[in-house]
Design a protein around this ligand. Structure first.
Ligand SMILES: NC(=O)c1ccc[n+]([C@@H]2O[C@H](COP(=O)([O-])OP(=O)(O)OC[C@H]3O[C@@H](n4cnc5c(N)ncnc54)[C@H](O)[C@@H]3O)[C@@H](O)[C@H]2O)c1
Length: 412
């Protein structure tokens, strides 16, 4: 029987509602016992939402239990309803300082819905206190911060999961990774990802985002760190978690209309990046918050010597030899082939984290893969700044040379 993981939620801004709903969806496995934000109005709003969310779930589950077809389903709904009701009545403690929360609460884990500039400090504090960590994406602003987080959690023996791993937790992703790593599409030598928005810059084209999004010292970067991070994470997972060796990137800002707000805006709106991995594979990605590109295919494309994936569609090569007299030629033929996917349920990202907290398993999106994603993101912007390829080793050396403010690689 797995333990109910006691969660402390840190950060009660825009995305924190998804953490509350994410844990409330698993009443047998998690309970949010404390909630923290430096802004009183934010913590009060999410506190009220956590309690009312639990109360309304208890009510619905009780009503559904009355209509259940089998005793098994009825008992499950009644058990869930009891946990939600107990939770709604017990309340949730409120804090403005996460160190105080870590000291005073009997927590198993923290869930960080904080901006990137707080991820490292909060993770290190939680690891020191022996708590597992679920961190929002991007994991960190720099590779050094991500490495510190990964190492602190590993040394403390606690799990580190991060949010963009949700893109890997489905039967299709699992099956593609299996085809790639088992050799079913041959020698996989290259991957490509493209993702563009027409106009999707936080606080330029979209309302209501934190003021930190456009400021590299707080966010780490722009489009790569905000949206690219999801697909880089999924690409690395699908490719079997190769280790980045060198990174070459260009970054651009200047899409019209120009930004007219009063926040600092020094982040990239488009990036094109080329990565070489230590196992000989390579990978390109293009990612834009804002573009005037239409009709260009978007998705993840994987090239193997026997087949390929074109945005989740499997193509196997089934060509034939043609003979004319004493000459032969090969006629290639790509056959779209149904993907064999596992017949089982996949956990969502919160349940994946909770299961890892209760076992020896690592979350699917763990600190190691988060570190590789951050090396690629941070390396891409460093390379763009220097105008040349950088190795991962050099990335760490250069990051170590930086004076305050440490994070971010603003583009001119
Ligand atoms: N907004 C989105 O659509 C979205 C989507 C997916 C992921 N994310 C990620 O989630 C994270 C948070 O984003 P957001 O949009 O919710 O940001 P936000 O600015 O809306 O909220 C952040 C909250 O953290 C609080 N905070 C800051 N420093 C703190 C500290 N030291 N202690 C306690 N609280 C502190 C702030 O007061 C604020 O309430 C980011 O990493 C972001 O990339 C955001």
């Amino acid at each position: 029987m797995s333990k109910r993981i006691k969660i402390g939620l840190i950060g009660c801004g825009m995305i924190s509602g998804s953490h509350i709903n994410g844990y409330l969806a698993h009443p047998q496995h998690a309970e949010i016992v404390a909630i923290c934000d430096t802004v009183e109005a934010n913590v009060n709003r999410r506190h009220a939402e956590a309690l009312s969310g639990a109360a309304s779930r208890a009510e619905s589950a009780t009503a559904e239990a009355g209509k259940a077809d089998t005793s098994e389903v009825r008992e499950q709904l009644q058990a869930d309803a009891a946990l939600w009701a107990e939770y709604a009545n017990n309340g949730v403690k409120i804090f403005s300082d996460y160190n105080e929360m870590l000291r005073e609460c009997d927590l198993d884990a923290v869930s960080l819905a904080l901006p990137p500039f707080v991820h490292e400090a909060a993770t290190l504090a939680a690891a020191k206190a022996g708590k597992h960590v679920f961190c929002e994406k991007p994991m960190a602003r720099t590779a050094t911060e991500a490495r510190n987080m990964r190492d602190a959690c590993a040394e403390a023996g606690v799990k580190l999961a991060y949010q963009s791993g949700g893109t890997c937790l489905d039967p299709t992703s699992y099956a593609i990774r299996d085809y790639v790593t088992s050799g079913k599409i041959g020698d996989v030598y290259y991957g490509r990802l493209t993702s563009y928005r027409v106009r999707g810059r936080p606080n330029v084209d979209m309302f209501g985002y934190g003021r930190w999004f456009l400021n590299s010292a707080f966010s780490g970067g722009g489009t790569i760190y905000d949206t690219g991070v999801y697909l880089i994470n999924r690409s690395l997972y699908l490719l079997g978690s190769p280790q980045p060796a060198t990174i070459s990137g260009i970054a651009y800002r200047g899409m019209l209309p120009e930004y007219t707000g009063d926040e600092i805006n020094d982040v990239e709106e488009h990036a094109s990046v080329f990565v070489r991995f230590t196992n000989g594979m390579s990978f390109t990605f293009e990612n834009g918050w804002s573009s005037n590109m239409a009709g260009q295919p978007q998705g993840i494309f994987i090239f193997g010597s026997k087949g390929s994936f074109s945005d989740d569609k499997l193509f196997l090569e089934g060509g034939t030899w043609d003979t004319q007299g004493d000459r032969r030629r090969y006629q290639g033929n790509l056959v779209e082939t149904p993907l064999e996917v596992p017949d089982r349920n996949f956990p969502d990202k919160f349940r994946d984290f909770l299961d890892a907290c209760n076992s020896d398993a690592q979350p699917v999106s763990n600190g190691d893969i988060g570190l590789n994603v951050t090396e690629i993101m941070s390396g891409a912007l460093l390379s763009a700044k220097l105008g040349r390829e950088v190795s991962v080793e050099e990335l760490y050396e250069i990051e170590a040379l930086r004076s305050e403010p440490v994070p971010g690689w603003p583009i001119p």
